[in-house]
Structure formats: C-alpha cells, structure tokens
Design a protein around this ligand. Structure first.
Ligand code: UDP
Ligand code: MG
Length: 322
C-alpha cells in the first residue's frame, strides 16, 4: 500500500471547499481504479479563517475518515500553512494544492505518474498563461521573476504554482528547512531534486475571492528577494565605488580649470543637489541593510512557524517547535 497526502491550505474558503472535496474525491477514486494500491488522506490546513471553513472541514471529517485537518490559532499565511501540511503529512507522496480549484485536480493522475512510474522526485505545474488576471499584476509578477532569477542562484520558475507532488524524501527535506521567513518557490529551487514540469492554462477560482492584495504580493516578492539573494547588500559597495570615481574626475577637472582660467568654482545650488543625491543613496543603502537586519532579527527569535489551535488528531492545543 502507498499513501498520498493531499495538502490543502485554506483561508476563508467555505464556499470553495465543498466543490474542491467533490472534485478531489472523484479524482482519487479514478486513480484508485488504475492503482488499487493507492490510498489517500486529505489534509486541510485552516489558516485562521474567520468564516465557517473549520466547521465545513469538520463536517467532511465526520463522513470521511480520510479527511484530517490542522487549524491555526490565527492567520499565519500560506507559506506557514504549506509547512504545517508537509510536517503533518503521513504519505509516501504528498501533493500541495489550492482549495479554489485553480490547481485542477484533473492533473493529479499525470502528477502521480511522474513520481510513481517515471522516477522523478517531484512533478510541478506551471501555468503558461495568466488569463483572467489584472494586466498590471501580471506585469509586476513577470518583472519580479526576471529580477529574482538575475539576483539569486536558486532557480525560480515563472508561473510555477504551488501545485506539486513530491516523494517523502523531498518533502521531508523541505520540513527540515526551519526558516521563519519562508518563500517556498525559492526553497524548491534551493533543495534541488529532479522535477518534471507540467504546463497548463490558467483557471479562474471557482468561488470566493483571492486572498492576495497587491501589497501582500509585493511584500511576498520582497521576502523572496531578501530570502534568496544577498545581491542588494553589495549595492552600497558599487554605489560607493562609482561615486568615488566620479568625484575623483571632478577634482581633476576643478584643479585644471583653476590652473588654466584662474577663476574659483562658484554656485551652491549644484553643491546642494550633489549632497542630496549622495544622502539619498546613503539612506537607500542603509534601508536595504535594515531589511536584512530585520529578517535576521526575526530569524534569531526562533519563533514557531505556526501555532495549531486544533487538529483532527487531538483536541488539545499543541505547539510546533521551530
Ligand atoms: N491561503 C492561505 N493563507 C493565506 C492566503 C491564502 O492558506 O493567508 C490559501 C487560500 O485559501 C488558497 C491558496 O492559499 O487555497 C491560494 O490563495 P488564493 O487563491 O487567494 O491566491 P491566488 O490563487 O489568487 O494567487
Ligand atoms: Mg487562487
């Protein structure tokens, strides 16, 4: 027998969960037909939802013992939810997918085939279109991927979804990465393993609405850059070298001008502009250092990545040690 854990992060998904459950159980039944040795568990992570997400999940568990859940004490974010899912999964394989059907369950048989029959450690999906997404959002998303791939050695794929199946070896190595500032897309690239990419057209969410505002996504992008690249830190060095070279040329220019024409340099407005420019660059560089320092600070506190208030296994509150 082999077990596949289906991990579903849910934040205020009461409308989507029934559709999702319907679809995933149907897909699971289809897979069991061709692979009778395959068993499933459906692990829902309630990320501190304020609607009836938890009671919807508990309702499912009452009629289907394959349903398990972990419910957070507050909203910890999707990254924490994915971590909790992988940590609590019992499967030989684990697949992470969204509750809103934007990760089509119909692709699951293909994902299974890649890890079970074709010997890959993981099979991941990538949407080739961003149909139905605001244009400005797509633009920023694409620019972000271009930027981060220039700056970081971890290979981060544009359009990659968090819809991915992994062997236990691979997903337990993700659980071993205990960093507090999590950026899973970077972690996948960092740990390596061989991955098969499966492409599909973007699907719009079935019910409810997206949990990502523009600024939340912007913060996420910053998290990714700071977490997986130290290039911004060396920016101060480059600015410094450039400035020193420019001022050196300026000094030579002024000396020569004085010797040839004999008139002293005039004008304080040019001086003010130069001072403001330099002060701006300095503050910018200090700001970047501040960002890294802030992340380091949070990392050294070693706070748990999530706190569970309730799980399907026990009613007691339990803590996840970092
Ligand atoms: N999600 C979560 N915690 C959050 C935000 C989102 O667990 O703080 C879940 C959400 O319930 C969904 C998945 O992450 O299952 C993807 O979220 P969403 O569909 O809102 O993002 P989008 O597809 O628009 O990028
Ligand atoms: Mg979605």
């Amino acid at each position: 027998m082999s077990l596949l854990s289906v991990i579903v992060p849910c934040y205020n998904e009461q409308e989507a969960i029934p559709f999702f459950y319907e679809a995933i159980t149907e897909t699971a039944a289809g897979i069991s037909k061709t692979r009778p040795e395959m068993e499933f568990e459906f692990l829902f992570i309630d990320d501190g939802s304020s609607d009836d997400t938890l009671s919807t999940i508990e309702g499912l568990r009452e009629k289907d013992s394959r349903v398990r859940f972990v419910s957070f004490s507050r909203n910890f974010g999707k990254e924490a939810a994915l971590y909790a899912g992988l940590k609590n999964a019992k499967g030989d394989y684990a697949v992470t997918m969204d509750a809103d059907m934007q990760d089509p369950p119909a692709l699951l048989p293909e994902l299974c085939k890649a890890v079970i029959d074709e010997g890959y450690d993981s099979a991941a999906t990538r949407r080739v279109t961003r149909k139905g997404e605001p244009i400005i959002r797509s633009f920023f998303a694409r620019s972000f991927y271009r930027l981060i791939n220039r700056m970081s050695s971890a290979d981060i794929v544009d359009g990659a979804r968090d819809y991915r199946i992994m062997t236990r070896k691979m997903y337990s190595s993700i659980v071993e990465m205990k960093e507090y500032n999590r950026f899973t897309k970077g972690i996948y690239g960092w740990i390596g393993f061989n991955t098969k990419w499966i492409e599909f057209e973007n699907v719009e969410r079935i019910a409810g609405e997206t949990k990502w505002s523009f600024w939340k996504l912007f913060g996420y992008a910053m998290e990714g850059i700071i977490g997986f690249s130290t290039a911004p830190l060396s920016m101060a060095t480059w600015f410094g070298i450039l400035m020193a070279m420019v001022s050196f040329l300026g000094i030579i220019f002024i000396i020569v001008k004085k010797l040839v024409y004999g008139d002293p340099t005039s004008g304080w407005s040019s001086l003010v502009c130069i001072m403001l420019l330099i002060a701006g660059i300095q503050l910018f560089c200090i700001g970047i250092m501040g960002q890294y320092l802030a992340k380091t600070y949070l990392e050294t506190k070693r706070r748990p990545i999530y706190i569970a208030r309730k799980t399907s296994e026990d009613e007691r509150s339990e803590r996840d040690g970092g």
